[in-house]
Design a protein around this ligand. Structure first.
Ligand code: NAD
Length: 243
C-alpha cells in the first residue's frame, strides 16, 4: 500500500512531537516542523527513526506565508502532496490585554491562526484533486470559553474554530474533512509558567482531576485522521470534562 504523508507543524516537542511519533508508528511518512529549536527537532527525528519510521525535517516559521510556501516546495519535491495536515504549532501569551504590544498581538494571531490558513492554502489543492484528505487543527478550550489574561490566544483559537467549521463546509463536497481538537490543560512545556500551587488549583477545577497527556491528545488526532469521513466541521473537546 502507498505510504501516506502527514505534516505536523510545531513537532519539536509537546503535543506535536507525540503526534509525529504516533503517525510514524502508524506507518505515515511524517514531515516535522518547528521554527527555532532545531536540536529538539533532531530529537524528534531520532525518535521516529528509532521506531522504524520515516520523516523529513522541515524547519520554518508557519506564521510567515513565504516560509510556508518554501516548506511546501520541499514537500512537493518528495511526494505528490499531503494526505493529512495537522496544524499544531501554537504560542501562548499570559498577561493583561492592556499590556500587550502590537507585536505581541500579531505574534499570537500569526502563530495560532494565520499559520493554519497558510498551510491549508498550500495543502488543499492536492487533497481536492484526489477527493481525499484530512485537516486537523489543534485548538483550545479557551477558544470556546475564553480565558482571563489570554485574550489574544482565546481570540486566535476562536478564529481557528471558525476556520475549521467554514472550511469543513467548503471542502465536504470534495471529501476532505476538517476538524479541530480543543485541548484543555495538557502536560507540556506550554504550561511551564504554572508553579506547583497554580497547577494544583487548576487540577482541582478539572473534573478528571489531572492534566491530559500528550499521548492522549495524539491518539485522538490519529483517530481523526483515520476515522469516518462523515465526521467533519467538529470542535472536539479534549479537556477532562472542563467545558
Ligand atoms: P509547546 O509550546 O510545547 O509546543 C509548541 C510547538 O510549536 C513547538 O514545537 C514550537 O517550536 C512550535 N512553534 C511555535 N511557534 C512556531 C512557529 N511560528 N512556526 C513553527 N513552529 C512553531 O506547546 P504544546 O502544549 O505542545 O501545544 C501544541 C498545540 O496545542 C498549540 O497549538 C497549543 O496552543 C495547543 N494547546 C495546548 C494546550 C496545553 O495545555 N498544552 C492547551 C490547549 C491547546
Amino acid at each position: 500500500m502507498k505510504r501516506k504523508h502527514v505534516l505536523i507543524t510545531g513537532s519539536s516537542r509537546g503535543i506535536g512531537r507525540a503526534c509525529a511519533l504516533a503517525f510514524a508508528q502508524a506507518g505515515y511518512h511524517v514531515f516535522i516542523n518547528c521554527r527555532s529549536s532545531l536540536d529538539r527537532l533532531d530529537e524528534t527525528e531520532a525518535e521516529i527513526l528509532s521506531l522504524g519510521g520515516t520523516c523529513t525535517k522541515l524547519p520554518g516559521d508557519v506564521g510567515d506565508a513565504d516560509s510556508v510556501r518554501s516548506m511546501f516546495r520541499t514537500i512537493s519535491a518528495q511526494c505528490e502532496g499531503l494526505d493529512v495536515l495537522v496544524n499544531n504549532a501554537g504560542l501562548a501569551y499570559f498577561g493583561l490585554l492592556t499590556d500587550m504590544t502590537d507585536e505581541d498581538w500579531d505574534a499570537i494571531l500569526r502563530t495560532n491562526l494565520s499559520s493554519a490558513f497558510y498551510c491549508c492554502r498550500e495543502a488543499v489543492p492536492y487533497m481536492v484533486s484526489r477527493k481525499q484528505g484530512r485537516i486537523i487543527n489543534i485548538s483550545s478550550m479557551w477558544g470556546t470559553a475564553g480565558a482571563s489574561c489570554e485574550a489574544a490566544y482565546s481570540a486566535a483559537k476562536s478564529g481557528l474554530n471558525g476556520l475549521t467549521k467554514a472550511l469543513a463546509k467548503e471542502l465536504a463536497p470534495s471529501n476532505v474533512q476538517v476538524n479541530a481538537v480543543a485541548c484543555g490543560a495538557i502536560d507540556t512545556e506550554m504550561n511551564a509558567r504554572l508553579d506547583a500551587e497554580e497547577r494544583q488549583a487548576l487540577e482541582e477545577e478539572i473534573p478528571a482531576g489531572r492534566f491530559g497527556t500528550v499521548q492522549e491528545a495524539a491518539r485522538l488526532v490519529l483517530a481523526l485522521a483515520e476515522g469516518p469521513s462523515y465526521l467533519t466541521g467538529q470542535i472536539i473537546g479534549m479537556d477532562g470534562g472542563m467545558i
